[in-house]
Design a protein around this ligand. Structure first.
Ligand code: TXE
Length: 431
């Protein structure tokens, strides 16, 4: 298929996703329990990844080298890697899949998708659209099953050229090690313990909303959760009070209901993990300002709900500040000045994202420079785009997704040498 034809297929697919966005969003909600409003927003935005990378498909160019050897013609080609395996988690199955698929297909690879065992339905429905768009059989394939069986088998398969993985850090490390056996290309998007840093000169109303969206939106089940809220001492108590007042009003309930703000946790095991971390935080001496358990409203009894929970007086040494909870649990940590904020912010194995709230432009740039994270938001939080490279520093991952250059993560370079000489030179000397 020509690159232009590939691009057109991706555009056609984008139109079909747009057509079916509501139905796909409903399936996502039934699978993972996240808010319909959130999943619909994602589904309505996903087509842009396919349009953006579809537009790039016929702009993948090689070059002719001004090679420094007589009678030699040399050029480069950008070629697809081959079979790409996309392994996706349960929190935003189709969005995270689109981030992998759009560049992989635009670059001319074929793809095998392994969705999370907890949320396979939306991917299976999504895969139908590729047929309808006219993709040739075999280009997009879906295999469902347990990670430890099916996922592991795909990672070890020597015919697979690349693994594009989003999930937990322990699984990511296992995938990385297994992929190394057959020298596969790997991109990993793993967890985070993102600092959201509020300075005393910030617009506090906006900062409160930013903190809430960082940890309670998506019930905290997001890799970019702003789970550590660093607050400058002069506004520490005020921020704590404002956050409690705001979060206490959050409406828990049916994720399909448009007035719901905090839905349930996706799996029972994940809820147990979150509750366990709340107990750990209490045991470590963190001060629980809000929540701290499961809600007792009878209408919520059948769901895996956890109360929006806020801990104050957290220190960087506590497990609640070091380990990814992946639930609606906020840790508030006080700091004195910029230096201490940076020290605390970077005191983590992770480096996925960070937020900075300040009205001082010098400080905004200084913090953006010094924070070790793949994304830094200033006076905003949780913004993503098909144009913006996304990925982690340190143990939050390898490689980036989205953005023009990221198509290179799915390409390899070939250099072709053609001798135009009539006779061959001395065979014992390198040319
Ligand atoms: O993820 P897993 P889980 C974090 C979050 C959560 C923890 C565990 O902290 O509590 O991870 O969640 C497949 N070879 N994140 O257990 O195991 C699996 O089938 C190949 C962060 O659900 O990482 C699924 O498709 N594949 C995260 C995918 O890996 C394997 C989003 C992710 O599952 C495999 C979700 C193996 N050996 C959880 N084992 C984020 N970064 O957003 C499992 N899988």
């Amino acid at each position: 298929m020509t690159a232009s034809a590939r691009g057109k297929l991706l555009w056609r697919l984008a139109d079909l996703i747009e057509r079916d966005a509501e139905e796909l969003a409903r399936i996502e909600v039934r699978d993972n329990g996240k808010l319909y409003a959130e999943m619909l927003g994602q589904l309505q935005y996903i087509p842009e990844w396919f349009r953006y990378f579809g537009g790039l498909a016929d702009k993948i160019e090689g070059g002719v080298l001004p090679i420094d050897k007589a009678e030699m013609f040399s050029y480069t080609k950008r070629e697809p890697l081959g079979v790409v395996v996309a392994i996706t988690p349960w929190n935003s199955p189709l969005l995270l899949l689109a981030w992998k698929m759009a560049p992989a297909l635009a670059a001319g690879n074929t793809i095998v998708i392994k969705p999370s065992e907890f949320t396979s339905c939306s991917t299976l429905e999504f895969a139908r659209l590729f047929k309808e768009a006219g993709f040739p059989d075999g280009v997009v394939n879906t295999v469902t099953g347990l990670g430890s069986e099916i996922g592991a088998a795909l990672v070890e398969n020597p015919r697979v050229a690349k693994i594009a993985f989003t999930g937990g850090d322990a699984t990511g490390a296992a995938v990385y090690a297994a992929a190394a056996k057959s020298i596969k290309h790997v991109t990993l998007e793993l967890g985070g313990k993102s600092p959201n840093i509020v300075f005393a000169d910030a617009n506090l109303e906006n900062a409160v909303k930013g903190a809430i969206s960082g940890i309670f939106a998506a019930t905290g089940q997001t890799c970019i959760a702003g789970s550590r809220l660093l607050v400058q001492r002069p506004i520490y108590e005020e921020m704590c009070q404002r956050l409690v007042a705001f979060a206490a009003r959050a409406k828990l309930g049916d994720p399909m209901d448009l007035v719901t703000q905090v839905g349930p946790i996706t799996t029972q095991a994940q809820r147990e993990k979150v509750i366990n971390y709340i107990e750990i935080a209490r045991g470590e001496g963190a001060r629980c300002l809000l929540g701290g358990g499961t809600p007792d409203a009878p209408e919520l009894a059948k769901g895996w709900f956890v109360e929006p929970t806020i801990f104050a007086d957290v220190t960087s040494q506590m497990r609640i500040a070091r380990e990814e909870v992946f639930g609606p649990v906020l840790s508030i940590i006080p700091f004195e000045d910029e230096n201490e904020a940076i020290e605390i912010a970077n005191d983590t194995i992770y480096g996925l994202a960070a937020g900075v709230w300040t009205s001082d432009i010098r400080r905004a740039f200084a913090m953006a420079n010094l924070i070790k994270a793949g994304t830094v938001w200033v006076n905003t939080y949780r913004a993503v785009s098909y144009m913006a490279p996304f990925g982690g520093y340190k143990q939050s991952g390898i490689g980036r997704e989205s953005g023009q250059a990221m198509i290179n993560e799915y390409l390899q370079t070939k250099c072709v040498w053609i001798s135009l000489a009539e006779s061959s030179p001395d065979p014992f000397v390198m040319r």
